[in-house]
Design a binder for this molecule. Structure first.
Ligand code: NAP
Length: 227
């Protein structure tokens, strides 16, 4: 069976990816910041391998890269993310927190991608997926507010589009997705869809990705999103 690698796998959308791929018999490399107390992640049946990984600590990324040196990965999902402080106006901006969000949502996905690109190249499917957000669409970003999160996701869209060109030599398929507005700690209870619905859609899209899709940005229902 194929192997999927997921960051931020202990709750929310990441945890649901683990559930669904695990149920389908995939080998799941589920990474989270606190592998000693992974919560619900520890209860999911299947071939689930839990590893500690704070994506912002690049020494940890390098170490896991060495530990998994011989492991082929079919699908890597850059899922870990933070929203950062809400309700910040342009005039009252927390620039330190902004840097932390950029590190998590923009810089670390590239660090994870480059570290495990050789594992993906050794896999059958060679798919690198980043969970971005519709809020990163510059076309749709004319509503004001949420500078921090929006800029971090717009930037990761550019980072991964750029990386898709560099990764052509390794035949990687690189795609970014909006998961919908999802009922998680980040999305809130009033969000439009459940993690189950989101991940069913995302997995269908991921399964259907072809070389023609590399460098593209999709909604969880498969529709393309304007950058
Ligand atoms: N929910 C939505 O409506 C929505 C909409 C658009 C996009 N997204 C994106 O979807 C992804 C998943 O979001 P979610 O809704 O599932 O959020 P969530 O419920 O808040 O979960 C976020 C996950 O990311 C992990 N994480 C945060 N910082 C990390 C770090 N430095 N290293 C490793 N893991 C880290 C968290 O781990 P800890 O438990 O250790 O904090 C947690 O597992 C994010 O990229 C988010 O931006 C979500």
């Amino acid at each position: 069976m194929p192997t999927v690698f997921i960051t931020g796998a202990n709750r929310g959308i990441g945890l649901e990816f683990v559930r669904q791929y695990g149920t389908d018999g995939w080998t799941v490399i589920a990474t989270c910041r606190n592998p000693i107390a992974p919560g619900q992640l520890a209860t999911i049946p299947g071939d689930i391998q839990v590893h500690g990984l704070d994506v912002n600590i690049h020494e940890q990324v390098d170490r896991l890269g060495q530990d998994l040196d011989d492991t082929a990965i079919d699908v890597l999902i850059n899922n870990a993310g933070i929203f950062g402080p809400r309700g910040m106006s342009a005039e009252n901006m927390d620039y330190i927190k902004w840097e932390q969000v950029l590190r998590t949502n923009t810089l670390s996905p590239l660090k994870v991608a480059t570290t495990f690109a050789k594992n993906l190249a050794a896999g059958q499917q060679k798919k690198l997926v980043t969970i971005s957000s519709m809020m990163g669409s510059i076309t749709q970003g004319n509503r004001g507010s949420d500078y921090i999160y929006r800029s971090s996701k717009a930037a990761v869209n550019m980072v991964m589009r750029n990386f898709s060109a560099d990764a052509l030599g390794q035949n990687l398929i690189v795609a970014n997705f909006h998961p919908g507005w999802v009922q998680t700690d980040m999305g809130g209870l009033g969000a439009a869809i459940t993690p189950t619905e989101s991940v069913i859609g995302l997995r269908k899209c991921i399964a259907g990705l072809t070389k023609e899709d590399t460098g593209k940005y999709f909604n969880y229902d498969g529709n393309p999103i304007a950058w």
